[in-house]
Ligand binder design. Structure first.
Ligand code: UDP
Ligand code: MG
Length: 319
């Protein structure tokens, strides 16, 4: 019999856990040919999420808990779940029921048809405001322009992966793992099925604006060196313009009597160059920061406690 692990990162989702569990139980009850495990990865919730998951674990041993010592972020929670999954395939999904459990049979069907990665494409998000929609569209446009990997817009961290693909993904030992990009990067036979994202079942989005911006930066910097090259392009452009301007200045000096002016141009040029320099230094700083983070090789997450998991991986996201 084949087994399937379902990995669910949770961060303050106490109101959604019971509903999610009962919907998952109902859907998987119809899939008699498979064994399931449900790994809830608690990303340092401050509410009763851990208590809820533990109490479900008492009733149903298929429900397992991996609980972090603090909030390490959604991507780290996903990786921890993948590190500890034991199924022949792993499904990752959100806890807030925006990823409908009812799509699971279809994901499994595509897997059985031979696809090693089954992605999902969000058709519409009833919940999302214009800002989230616009910023998300802009982000996917940007990352697809700047990087080699092509990420489908409206992709979400809701997908099925064959254990082969999971191993490949877990073998990437980067600190900042932008999973949506890496899943494309690892290759394999991939497909995508559409779904409609409904309203969040309870509570507010756990992705604050700060987390979203950090996520976008990580995504772009781990798949593109273009921002670093901006310095070179700017340098070339500015040098060319300066050359043209120098010729003009020499002309004015030699052939006219208006050579005293120049206060404005000096000011404009130095302000402009100052801006360009700060911009490019900042951009390099972003990359140096990421090199620094990689070099420290800290674990991606720290597990405080587990329930139902035989042996917590002591790798904690490292070798
Ligand atoms: N999440 C997490 N850690 C975080 C933020 C979010 O584990 O720091 C989880 C959250 O509990 C949910 C999933 O990641 O299961 C997606 O978050 P959310 O639904 O808030 O994001 P949105 O759908 O608004 O983009
Ligand atoms: Mg959500």
């Amino acid at each position: 019999m084949r087994s399937i692990s379902i990995v669910i990162p949770t961060f303050n989702e106490e109101e959604s856990v019971d509903e999610l569990y009962s919907r998952l139980a109902a859907v998987t009850a119809g899939l008699k040919d498979y064994l399931f495990e449900f790994i809830f990865v608690d990303d340092g919730s401050a509410d009763g999420t851990v208590r809820k998951v533990k109490s479900i674990n008492q009733r149903d041993g298929r429900v397992k808990l991996l609980s972090f010592s603090r909030n390490f972020g959604h991507q780290s929670a996903l990786i921890a779940g993948l590190d500890h999954a034991s199924g022949d395939a792993v499904i990752v999904m959100d806890a807030d029921l925006q990823h409908p459990p009812e799509l699971i049979p279809e994901l499994i069907r595509e897997w059985r048809a031979g696809y090693e990665v089954v992605n999902t494409i969000r058709r519409e998000t009833v919940d999302a405001g214009w800002f989230k929609k616009a910023s998300s569209a802009f982000f996917y446009m940007l990352i697809n322009k700047l990087s080699q990997v092509k990420i489908l817009p409206n992709s979400a961290d809701f997908r099925l992966m064959d254990m082969k693909a999971v191993r490949s993904l877990c073998s990437i030992r980067e600190q900042s793992r932008f999973i949506r990009g890496l899943v494309v990067w690892i290759g394999y036979r991939q497909t995508a099925v559409p779904y409609v994202a409904v309203q969040r079942f309870a509570g507010k989005s756990k992705y604050s604006l700060r987390k979203m911006v950090a996520f976008a930066f990580d995504g772009i910097s781990s798949f593109s060196a273009f921002p670093l090259r901006v310095a070179t392009y700017f340098g070339l452009l500015v040098s060319f313009l300066s050359f043209v301007y120098a010729i003009f200045a020499v002309y004015v000096k030699l052939f006219t009597d208006k050579a005293i002016a120049g206060w404005t141009s000096v000011l404009v040029v130095s302000l402009f160059l100052g801006g360009v320099q700060l911009l490019t230094i900042g951009c390099m700083g972003e990359y140096i920061n990421r090199i620094y983070t990689e070099v420290k090789r800290r674990p991606l997450y720290i597990v405080r406690e587990t329930a139902g998991i035989e042996k917590a991986s002591d790798r904690q996201g490292l070798d």
